[in-house]
Structures are given as structure tokens and as C-alpha cells.
Design a protein around this ligand. Structure first.
Ligand code: TIU
Length: 226
């Protein structure tokens, strides 16, 4: 077996074998990063998330060029809302609720324009798209089984939002034995302080949930291999 690739990271170098590693793009959907979707109905300035798109597009291109596994996720619900817990549907006082008609289709509903992944990061043929009803990518999706079958042991994690779906997924993955590297410039939050502390929480205590590094180090590791 060849030596693993190393990425300078917090709290210490992250080692991964590209053959056993997947890039995970979490919820890069219009509903979160474009006006008129779920993120905006919750009162957020969605333009804040758009800064992750250019670095994430570069990471996606390099990961594809390296022949690695790429997996996308989408948060959303069936049109009849049968997979949406009443507690989620009724939470808070959003301007539109999940399932209501919005300018980009019904809010957070599978098959609607707003629910789909943004054009800049559109899945390529053969890339798995995991539809998830929750914040975590492992809950009610079968993702764990797919990763096991594919021999994936490490996850390079990107997407939105840092403190919600990224955190939930990294925690779920960590408990299932995956080693997660979160790319700090490829995850985004509507709140600057949550971005900072969300990332610090992952790498604190010796890497309690995983590792954190800017995408440059990951790209450098892939280039060194090629
Ligand atoms: N509201 C918020 O910050 N996030 C979500 O509801 N879902 C995801 O993070 N994808």
C-alpha cells in the first residue's frame, strides 16, 4: 500500500488515502445559498454563504481529477411531508414554512428548483446524491452502508452550514469511525462567530470530532501525488 497523503491541519496533520476517502458536499442547495429559499425564510442573509462557492469548486475539480469519490447531500422532504417531523415543520416563525410555495418552488421539497444543488457545483454523472430529511447525512439515508461498501474510511467535509448540517454530519461520522477533515474555507455559516467557534469545536481536545484545515493544504497534498 502506498503512503497516505498528509494535510497540515488542526490539531495535527491529517493523513488520508485517496482510494478510501470521499469528498462530501453538504447541502449546497439553492434553498440555502440563494434568495427566496429556506435559509432566507429563517431570517438569514444567504449571500454570506456564497463565499464558499469558488474554493469549493476548485476542491471539487481537483478531487474529480484525482479520481476520488464525490458525494453530494441535499436536505429536504417528500412532497407530502410524511418524512418531516411536526416539530421541524412547526419550529419558529419563518416567513414561509417547509412545503409552502416560494419563488423557487415549495420550500425544502424534493424535486423543486430551490431544493436542488447550485449550478456551480452540480453533481457529475455517477456522483451519489444523498437526500436527507435531517441535518445529519447519516440519519435515515443509508449513507453509512454505501460508504462501507465503497471502502470509504475518511471524509473531506464541505458545505453549509458549519454549525448545523456540517457539524451534525461530522459528529455522526466520527461516532461511526470515519476520520473527517473539514475544509475551513469550504464550509459556511450565516453567523461569523458560529463559523469560528464551530470550526474550533471540531479540532479542540486533540481533534474531538475531526481535523480542520484550509483547502490549500488539501489541494497541495493532491497535487504532490499527481
Ligand atoms: N439553518 C441552518 O443553518 N442550516 C440548516 O437548516 N440546514 C443545513 O445546515 N444544511
Amino acid at each position: 500500500m502506498s503512503d497516505p497523503l498528509l494535510v497540515e491541519a488542526e490539531p495535527y496533520a491529517y493523513a488520508f488515502d485517496p482510494r478510501h476517502t470521499a469528498l462530501l458536499l453538504i447541502d449546497m442547495q439553492r434553498d440555502f445559498v440563494e434568495p427566496g429559499g429556506f435559509g432566507e425564510t429563517l431570517g438569514n442573509d444567504v449571500t454570506l454563504l456564497r463565499q464558499v462557492i469558488p474554493p469549493l469548486a476548485a476542491v471539487l475539480a481537483a478531487t474529480r481529477a484525482a479520481g476520488m469519490t464525490v458525494i453530494h447531500t441535499r436536505e429536504g422532504h417528500l412532497p407530502d411531508l410524511s418524512d418531516c417531523p411536526p416539530a421541524k415543520l412547526g419550529r419558529g416563525a419563518p416567513s414561509l414554512r417547509i412545503g409552502d410555495p416560494g419563488p423557487k418552488g415549495r420550500i425544502l421539497i424534493r424535486g423543486e428548483y430551490g431544493h436542488d444543488i447550485i449550478d456551480e457545483l452540480a453533481p457529475a454523472d455517477g456522483e451519489l446524491v444523498v437526500d436527507k430529511p435531517g441535518k445529519g447525512a447519516f440519519y435515515a439515508t443509508g449513507l453509512d452502508e454505501v460508504l462501507h461498501e465503497g471502502g470509504i474510511r475518511s471524509l473531506v467535509v464541505t458545505g453549509v452550514t458549519t454549525e448545523v448540517c456540517v457539524h451534525t454530519t461530522v459528529r455522526e461520522a466520527n461516532d461511526r469511525g470515519y476520520e473527517c477533515l473539514v475544509l475551513s474555507d469550504c464550509v459556511g455559516s450565516y453567523f461569523a462567530e458560529f463559523q469560528r467557534y464551530g470550526l474550533e469545536m471540531i479540532a479542540a481536545q486533540g481533534g474531538i470530532f475531526g481535523w480542520v484545515a484550509p483547502s490549500g493544504g488539501y489541494l497541495k497534498a493532491l497535487e504532490a501525488r499527481s
